[in-house]
Design a protein. Structure first.
Length: 176
């Protein structure tokens, strides 16, 4: 999957569309699929064959395809206490199919933070790759010092990572 799909969908704040049922939070499937289609009009999904287990419980499956990449997810048919249902009825099955669609969209980034117990998406880490490249390409300690000073000023929240790169490069330059 291109990182742009993940970056775009994972950055969407779904908190206004999160519902609660008992102690559980969930994202409305109608809103989740609408957001996916808004950003990726060619996005599609299929309901895959269900699996029925010997104890009468059932698992539903779904596949979502965005930009040519497909992810499949599965989910047992659950009751309101999040326990597997033996002999589920049509409503139970339908509800689980829509939940698994939302879960599958989370595999592309949409609302993934809800499954991690977060209330809003975490801010994406800044792209410090150009500064890391500049540090690694430094041929002298003076070049390294200048590259590090620039990176330090540009990315204050990434200073620990930048310091590790600088220290490794400094060791490489002084051990030769």
């Amino acid at each position: 999957m291109s990182t742009s799909v993940w970056a775009k969908l994972s950055a969407i704040d779904c908190s206004a569309h999160v519902d609660r049922k008992g102690q559980f939070s969930y994202l409305s499937w109608t809103w989740a699929f609408a957001m996916a289609k808004e950003h990726y009009p060619e996005a599609s999904y299929t309901v895959d064959d269900d699996v029925v287990y010997p104890d009468g419980t059932m698992e539903v499956r779904c596949t979502v395809t965005i930009e040519g990449l497909s992810h499949q997810m599965w989910l047992p048919v659950l009751d309101f206490k999040n326990r597997a249902v033996s002999g589920p009825n049509a409503f139970d099955i339908n509800s689980s199919r829509m939940r698994v669609l939302t879960k599958c969209l989370a595999m592309f980034g949409l609302g993934h933070y809800i499954y991690a117990g977060e209330s809003t998406p975490q801010e994406a880490a800044p792209d410090i790759s150009a500064e890391v490249d500049a540090l690694n390409k430094s041929e002298t300690l003076d070049q390294l010092r200048e590259a590090f000073k620039r990176a330090w000023a540009l990315f204050p929240n990434s200073r620990a990572d930048l310091t590790k790169v600088k220290d490794a490069k400094k060791k490489e330059l002084t051990d030769d």
